[in-house]
Design a protein around this ligand. Structure first.
Ligand code: ZN
Length: 83
């Protein structure tokens, strides 16, 4: 009778461990698939935006906010305007 008790206990532990391992593998797989679907998301979070120097006042501005004129970057429209 005691042997059956231990056998059942071992089986239950075995099932629990196997379920836990499967859950972890599934969540890892889900995470990998999410990153695969949008690889730029994590990259954007890690990589800061490129900064460019204003040709007039030497202020650094993000490249998305910079104004480009004659292949030079400017911080604002006033500096981009030729004087
Ligand atoms: Zn400037």
């Amino acid at each position: 009778m005691r042997a059956i008790f231990w056998l059942v206990l071992l089986l239950l532990i075995g099932f629990a461990v196997r379920k836990k391992i499967r859950n972890r593998a599934q969540s890892l797989e889900r995470e990998a698939r999410r990153t695969e679907a949008n690889p730029m998301r994590d990259m954007n979070a890690a990589t800061p935006e490129a900064m460019v120097c204003c040709a007039k006042c030497q202020t650094y501005v993000p490249i998305s906010e910079a104004i480009v004129r004659e292949q030079q970057y400017y911080c604002c429209a006033a500096h981009a305007t030729p004087t």
